[in-house]
Design a binder for this molecule. Structure first.
Ligand SMILES: NC(=O)c1ccc[n+]([C@@H]2O[C@H](COP(=O)([O-])OP(=O)(O)OC[C@H]3O[C@@H](n4cnc5c(N)ncnc54)[C@H](O)[C@@H]3O)[C@@H](O)[C@H]2O)c1
Ligand SMILES: O=P(O)(O)OC[C@@H](O)[C@@H](O)[C@H](O)[C@H](O)CO
Length: 386
């Protein structure tokens, strides 16, 4: 089996690329970072530090790389069995055109072997959204053929992989936590579902996607934004702060009640899932900056993402949302001159005022009482009086 994986970053090298290479699949990374591409082609291997109580270094072997802006991508897509991505949601539209050209090349070479595409991003049904971007630039005459031979498989991906500085200056070295989970929608594959150790097929993907995004990522984001508010720069320091921990846990529980109502999850197991997540945030072997976890606050505040979607769920089931409201106010209060979306967020609030800005970003009606409640907490935070 051969795979083309877009994004040789933290999750690309530290999780998906590693898992596939470990399974004996020939992995080619596609990235815009030429230094990483050159180094992968010079060495064909890289080290992954798996850190936890027992730390190990595992070497991923047999990999190579191409620049994702070169035509090599088109040739590869014409031939491989699997395309995966871990580039970030905002990059998917930018690589759609290269993938569409690759699919045309596949059609022209009459390659009717099944191809499956899996976006491994923190999004609800990210591959389905990627398909929409691809079909928007793929001429209509190819749509039926692609629908017949190409599977667009949604997935949920979980492993905390912050950028880590190598002691030896190795740009390929990556440090990951022990935990990992990659769940794929078995109903969307073309051909038989490949058996790959560490890739778990399910026929109930939405439950897993929402469980992960609206528990771990909800708590993670709130820990990051409150950490920033209290002047703490790492997730570990933030989650060890009792004020933050109570709110992050409370928000995960509020979001959890929505999930329990929606998916009939076992309450005891879900509480255990939250406890495990809190210990993962505390991992003393990882250095994870609040700026990484809080990156792109407008994406994180959008209606289908980890903060507002759980809040909307509490309306649906008439549940309490006090902690989610505090987390959202902290996100609105996030300021970082190195983050384009944080700058844009501050600009929207400055121009429109907090009530209108939150209503616009979240798409929640301005008259909904939650707008005023979040705005009140935001104002207190602005005055450093929360
Ligand atoms: N790091 C984590 O803990 C983690 C865990 C689960 C899911 N994710 C998700 O995985 C995705 C990637 O996150 P990450 O932390 O690995 O980010 P990252 O910034 O470390 O990696 C992204 C990689 O994509 C590359 N890239 C950018 N534009 C590209 C293009 N046009 N073509 C090809 N490559 C391109 C970058 O050069 C970089 O190497 C995100 O959607 C994130 O939400 C991350
Ligand atoms: O990657 P983002 O920006 O969507 O979210 C930041 C972190 O919460 C995220 O990368 C987690 O580390 C990851 O989702 C753990 O599986």
């Amino acid at each position: 089996m051969q795979v083309l994986h877009f994004g040789a970053g933290n999750i690309g090298r530290g999780f998906i690329g590693k898992l596939l290479a470990d399974a004996g699949i020939k992995v080619t990374f596609a990235d815009v970072n030429q230094a990483i591409v050159d180094e992968l082609n010079a060495r064909h291997q890289y080290p992954v530090n798996v850190v936890g109580e027992c730390a190990t270094t595992e070497v991923v072997i047999g990999v190579d790389a191409i620049n994702s802006q070169s035509d090599d991508v088109i040739d590869k897509i014409a031939k491989v069995d699997l395309v995966t991505t871990a580039v970030g949601p905002q990059i998917l539209p930018r690589i759609a055109s290269a993938v569409a050209k690759g699919l045309i090349a596949r059609f022209e070479s009459n390659n009717t072997l099944p191809l499956n595409i899996i976006a491994c991003e923190n999004m609800v049904r990210g591959t389905s959204q990627f398909k929409e971007h691809i079909f928007a630039v793929l001429p209509a005459q190819y749509h039926d053929w692609v629908n017949q031979y190409v599977g667009f498989v949604d997935s949920a991906v979980d492993r905390i992989v912050p950028p880590a500085t190598s002691k030896t200056g190795d740009i390929l070295e990556v440090t990951v936590e022990t935990f990992s989970e990659w769940i794929v929608d078995e109903t969307q594959f073309k051909g038989s579902v490949p058996i790959i150790s560490g890739m778990e097929p399910t026929d109930n993907l939405m439950a897993f996607v929402e469980r992960k995004l609206f528990t771990l990522n909800t708590g993670h984001a709130i820990t990051a934004y409150l950490g920033h508010y209290y002047g703490l720069t790492t997730i570990r320091d933030a989650i060890l702060d009792e004020r933050i921990r109570l709110i992050a846990r409370g928000a995960m529980e509020e979001s959890g009640q929505v999930l329990i109502n929606r998916y009939n999850f076992d309450e005891v197991k879900h509480i255990a899932y939250i406890e495990k997540i809190l210990t993962r945030f505390e991992n003393p072997y990882l250095h994870d900056d609040t700026a990484r976890v809080g990156r792109q606050p407008l994406r994180k505040l959008s209606p289908s993402d980890r903060l507002v979607k759980p809040l909307l769920g509490t309306f649906e089931y008439q549940l309490c949302s006090n902690n989610l409201q505090i987390g959202i106010a902290a996100a609105l209060n996030y300021r970082n001159h190195d983050d384009e979306q944080a700058i844009e967020l501050a600009d929207i609030i400055a121009k429109q005022g907090i009530d209108k800005a939150f209503s616009q970003i979240s798409t929640i009606e301005i008259n909904n009482p939650v707008i005023a409640k979040v705005a009140k907490i935001y104002d207190l935070m602005q005055k450093k009086d929360f």
